[in-house]
Write a protein that binds this ligand. Structure first.
Ligand SMILES: Nc1ncnc2c1ncn2[C@@H]1O[C@H](COP(=O)(O)OP(=O)(O)OP(=O)(O)O)[C@@H](O)[C@H]1O
Length: 298
């Protein structure tokens, strides 16, 4: 069985050695003129078309990347995580190309930039208890002094995302709900305290109440621990709820960006207006599912 791409990404994020990881304070992530072309000739797809942006640490922010299915969002997430080599352009962390980091810098990057994906089930190995997710992270990415301290930290992290340690530890992934599995990934983030979270459609499989809880935790992490999140979604209701900044992507190009409140109040691009018009209400409990016709928009 081939390993799911998301599991590979989390495993890659765990190849760091904690002892080697300096704190990288103040480092920012920059996407510089990213282009991604898949295939060649008539079948070629231009998935990402000259995309640039910066994710700062101070102040910590939530930056949402919003667009329809196929607009290039996941490709950008993979580029930012160093999992996809751009056709041209680069992603830098602390001023260095993420694909050209030396061992020590890569270790720092892997520790400080953590992914969260849509389907946490793909991350878990069904044959192991969920505890393993934490113990692998503890072993590879933290410098907790002993087993007891690690166990306490894991339990703290579970409580921080409103999970009862006793009701999840010792269980297998299939014995938990989708919302619980996704919270476990948040608990893992809480344990690791990275500088950045790259969250690719993390809430699209969750019901309304669980989704709201998830968004509240991301916000809490920003305020409490200064974690900046790139929140990738096609759900404008969640973006409205989160606030912060928004980048709107259409056919691989960022067509509009700015503060969520401003862009939503006065969108300047036709595509953003269409997206907004299709939202039933700016409330994460009312999910945005309608398909819109973007054929005319450039
Ligand atoms: N490895 C690949 N090989 C070929 N084409 C690809 C590959 N990955 C993505 N694409 C294409 O690139 C375009 C952008 O895909 P991407 O997954 O980045 O979009 P997305 O906005 O994340 O979509 P969704 O919201 O459905 O996940 C799509 O046309 C997709 O088919």
């Amino acid at each position: 069985m081939t390993e799911p791409a998301d599991a590979k990404a989390v495993r890659a994020a765990e190849t760091a050695v904690a002892a080697e990881a300096p704190d990288g304070a103040g480092a920012s992530i920059r996407a510089e003129h990213l282009v991604q072309r898949f295939g060649s000739g008539r079948g070629a797809v231009l998935a990402v078309d000259d995309v640039s942006f910066e994710l700062d640490r101070e102040p910590a922010r939530i930056v949402s990347l919003v667009g329809q299915s196929g607009s290039g969002k996941s490709t950008i997430a993979r580029q930012v995580l160093g999992l996809q080599r751009p056709t041209s352009g680069a992603v830098t962390y602390g001023g260095k190309d993420v694909l050209r980091l030396n061992r020590k810098q890569r270790s720092e990057f892997r520790r400080n930039v953590q992914p969260v994906f849509q389907d946490p089930y793909a991350i878990f190995n069904p044959f192991y208890r969920v505890d393993r997710v934490f113990w692998t992270a503890v072993r590879k990415l933290t410098d907790l002094p002993n087993k007891r301290a690690a166990d306490e930290a894991i339990r703290d992290s579970l409580r921080a995302v409103k999970l009862q340690p006793e009701s999840v530890l010792g269980r297998y992934p299939h014995q938990l709900s989708g919302g619980q599995r996704q919270r476990i990934m948040l608990a893992r983030i809480h344990l690791l305290r990275p500088q950045f979270v790259i969250a690719d459609e993390p809430t699209s499989m969750l019901d309304a109440q669980t989704r709201r809880g998830f968004l509240d935790i991301l916000q809490d992490f920003r305020v409490r621990y200064g974690i900046t999140t790139l929140f990738i979604t096609h759900d404008l209701s969640s973006v409205h709820y989160l606030g912060g900044d928004i980048m709107v992507i259409n056919k691989g190009r960022i067509v509009e960006q700015g503060a969520v409140a401003e862009v939503m109040a006065a969108p300047s691009h036709d595509y953003t207006r269409l997206l907004l018009a299709s939202v039933p209400a700016p409330d994460p409990d009312q999910r945005w599912t309608e398909r819109i016709d973007i054929g005319q928009i450039r």
